[in-house]
Each structure stands twice: as structure tokens, then as C-alpha cells.
Design a protein around this ligand. Structure first.
Ligand code: PMP
Length: 428
């Protein structure tokens, strides 16, 4: 048919022009042309429920963000070496959401750059070379953080100065054992660095371990590992690119769940609601030392338009109580997913924190064997029913449920209803 032919044409064109390294989602690629709130629309006007996208954090094309962006773009945009109040207003407002100890911000355009900069700072201020990351981590596209991103699989060579520790898999380890297991893995990594004549510059992990499969419990389980790294002279870098900015519901930032303040936090995706805006937040003594040794210029990072956008996003989060919504609707959604687990053998575990949930599919609850192809079938079947989710976890067997923050209980009911039908259909 004509639609299929048109789609194939776009795919061919994409491959011819962009090369083979890119991947599209879903067996039938999705081609949205408009978005609003938690809904996306294709060229035929068909409506899709977005239960996946965290980048449009305050909702697709939020009018206040669009207005702020347009107004500043129509007034002035420059590189970042001139004076501008909006940038400082935004810095102040953003830093106010962090513990007092984290009182400096440096702006970038992407989470990758924020992590890359954090790596540079950690090296410069500790004088150490080693880094510790988790088994299925993703930290970005630059050469230095790609070699700290085991989730890239065979496509990447993990750096000789990088040690990879087991995911804090609460499902398989048992919640009560996560803290000890994680601490032990990290201690072994430190010992391995020592044997190679290195010390840790930092441990770097996603505050909710999203790519590893979303592991958030028990709160505080990172304590021993962080203490060990600090004892060995390294820093704690919290990657908040996915975890943070009101999504945790109970907190603004993912690390707050564990009650430990990082030395550096890196932010990205949701900050600009789609506009490329990211940042590194750090203790000022670290940046003093870094600044004494080197200088930093990022042409686009934290320009006036980005700052206006970032401010508007913070305003909307506040005015629409999106953090409270993440807590309430996230809890409601997680309960619904747990009820589904009670009815379906192949849902082995449901893990959630705020408006972020993972549903782990297994072929056998006793052995906890990952059921990746089943997970892929569910994601594609949902896409055919016009509901968008994704996958996470080392085996790609966890449904990743991560909607824009204005997701309502009605949206959750709609999602749960369709998921139940899809899952029920697969079981029979
Ligand atoms: N860290 C984490 C945890 C991420 O999920 C991502 C993006 N998927 C990045 C860093 C890199 O961010 P960006 O794509 O903006 O460079």
C-alpha cells in the first residue's frame, strides 16, 4: 500500500543520507508530525499516547516554553561570552533546587558533554585516572564517556582506566542484599584499579540505574560504595540526565532518594523540553581548582535562548505541580502495574520511582530468565495500538514506562487498560 511505500522511502532516504549507525524504534517506525501534552499525532491525525518520552518533560510543545523560546529568539541569541541576566537568573533558579553544597553550574548542550566535562573535572581535581561505572550504563556519545558506556555493547571498547561493576539488581539479589553486593563490587573495582597502578577519579552512575533496568531500592544502598570511592580519593558523580528534574516525585533529583549529596551532578534531557540544554552542577571548590588549571568555553551551552527555555520549564514544573503529579500518578501507575503482575506469570518484577517504572518480563519466575523477545513483542503491539513505550535493562527485557510529567490518572488508566489487553492477548 501507499503508506508502507512512503515509509520505506523515508527509511531508505534516512539510511542513504545519515548512514547505518542510527536505529529507529519499533518494527513499524513511528512518524509523528505534531505533539501536545502527552499526545503525539501522525500525518493522518491519528493520536498516540506518549508513555515513553522524558525529553518533553512538561509536555510536548508546552505553550509557555514555546512562548519563552520564541520571545528570546526574536530578541537576542549569542554565544556565551557576553553578559546576560537571563542566564544568571536561570543558574540561580536551577541551583536553588540542589543542596547548598552544590552551588556552581556550568552549561552544556547535551548530557554527553555534561558527563564529559565531569570526567575532566574529576581527573583534574583528584589527579586520578580511574572511573567506575555499572554493567549496562550509558553515559553518552563523546569518546571519553562512550568508553564508560558498556550498554553500547560490542560497538565500544571499554577504557583500560574504566572498571565495570555489576548492576545493583534488586530483583535477583534480593532488596536486602543490594547494598552489600554493590559495595563489594565497587571495592573490587577500586582494588583492581590499584593493582593496575591507578586510583579512582570518580564513580559515575545514573541515579536510578535506568539502562541497567531501573534499580532504586532500597533507598541508601549506594552509601557503602560511595564511602569506599571517597576513601580511595575519588568523587561521586550523579548522572541525573534521565533520573532528575521532578520525575522522582518525592524529590527533584534522583540522588536525593539515597540521601547522599554527590560531588558533581550532570543534567540534560528534560531541562529544555526538547531544546538542547544540559548542565554540570558541582561543588564550588572543585570548579575553583579546575578553573585554576584550565578554562572552559561552550559556544551554545547556556545561551540566552536556552536559559529562557530552562526558566520556563522550571516555572511550569512549579506552577503545574508536576513533581507532586509525578509522585501521585507515578504511585497510581506502579500500583496498576503490580496488579497486572499478580495476574500474569511472566511479569517477574515491577520497579518504580515517581513517574518512571520498569516492568521486568521473565520466561520463568523461579529462574528469573529474561524474556527479551516477549518484551519486544509487547512494545511493538502497544505501538500498533498507538501507545508508545520502550525497553531497558541489560537483556532488553524490561518495559520502560517513562511518560512526560503531566501524565494523569486517566492517561494511566488508558495505558494500563491497553497494556492488559496486549499482555492478555499474548498469554493465550
Ligand atoms: N546519561 C544518561 C543516563 C542518558 O540516558 C543519556 C542519554 N540517553 C546521556 C547521559 C547522554 O545524553 P545526551 O544524549 O543528551 O548526550
Amino acid at each position: 500500500n501507499r503508506d508502507a511505500a512512503a515509509q520505506q522511502h523515508l527509511l531508505d532516504r534516512r539510511k542513504r543520507l545519515l548512514g547505518p549507525a542510527y536505529r529507529v524504534l519499533y518494527d513499524t517506525p513511528f512518524h509523528p508530525i505534531r505533539g501536545e501534552g502527552v499526545r503525539l499525532y501522525d500525518a493522518d491525525g491519528a493520536e498516540y499516547l506518549d508513555v515513553y518520552n522524558n525529553v518533553p518533560s512538561v509536555g510536548h510543545c508546552h505553550p509557555r516554553v514555546v512562548e519563552a523560546l520564541s520571545r528570546q529568539a526574536a530578541t537576542l541569541n549569542t554565544h556565551t561570552r557576553y553578559l546576560h541576566e537571563t542566564v544568571l537568573d536561570y543558574a540561580e533558579r536551577l541551583l536553588a533546587t540542589f543542596p547548598d553544597a552544590l552551588s556552581n553550574v556550568m552549561f552544556t548542550c547535551t548530557g554527553s558533554e555534561a558527563n564529559d566535562l565531569a570526567v575532566r573535572v574529576a581527573r583534574a581535581v583528584t589527579g586520578n585516572q580511574g572511573f567506575i561505572v555499572t554493567a549496562n550504563a550509558y553515559h553518552g556519545v563523546t569518546a571519553s564517556v562512550a568508553e564508560m558506556s558498556p550498554s553500547l555493547g560490542a560497538a565500544i571498547r571499554i577504557g583500560d582506566h574504566v572498571r565495570v561493576v555489576d548492576s545493583p539488581d534488586s530483583y535477583r539479589l534480593g532488596t536486602a542484599n543490594v547494598a552489600d553486593a554493590f559495595t563489594q563490587s565497587v571495592q573490587e573495582a577500586i582494588d583492581s584499579l590499584t593493582r593496575a597502578g591507578m586510583k579512582p577519579a570518580a564513580i559515575l552512575f545514573d541515579s536510578v540505574f535506568a539502562a541497567d533496568g531501573l534499580f532504586t531500592d532500597p533507598p541508601g544502598f549506594i552509601d557503602g560504595a560511595i564511602a569506599a570511592v571517597r576513601e580511595a580519593g575519588g568523587l561521586y558523580i550523579a548522572d541525573e540526565v534521565q533520573a532528575g528534574l521532578a520525575r522522582p516525585g518525592a524529590h527533584m533529583w534522583g540522588f536525593e532518594r539515597h540521601g547522599i549529596v554527590p560531588d558533581i551532578a550532570t543534567l540534560g534531557k528534560p531541562m529544555g523540553n526538547g531544546h538542547p540544554l544540559a548542565a554540570m552542577i558541582a561543588r564550588p571548590d572543585l570548579l575553583q581548582d579546575f578553573g585554576n588549571k584550565t578554562r572552559y568555553f561552550n559556544t551554545f551551552g547556556g545561551n540566552p535562548v536556552s536559559a529562557a527555555v530552562g526558566l520556563a520549564v522550571l516555572d511550569v514544573i512549579h506552577d503545574e505541580n508536576l513533581m507532586g503529579n509525578a509522585l501521585e500518578v507515578g504511585g497510581y501507575l506502579a500500583n496498576g502495574l503490580r496488579e497486572l503482575m499478580n495476574r500474569h506469570e511472566f511479569i517477574g518484577d515491577v520497579r518504580a520511582a515517581g513517574l518512571y517504572a520498569a516492568v521486568e518480563l521473565v520466561s520463568d519466575r523461579a529462574t528469573k530468565t529474561p524474556a527479551a523477545s516477549l518484551a519486544t513483542r509487547i512494545v511493538n503491539a502497544l505501538r500498533d495500538r498507538r501507545v508508545l513505550i520502550g525497553l531497558c535493562g541489560a537483556h532488553g527485557n524490561c518495559l520502560k514506562v517513562r511518560p512526560p510529567l503531566p501524565f494523569t490518572k486517566t492517561d494511566a488508566d488508558e495505558f494500563l487498560g491497553i497494556l492488559e489487553e496486549v499482555v492478555g492477548g499474548l498469554a493465550t
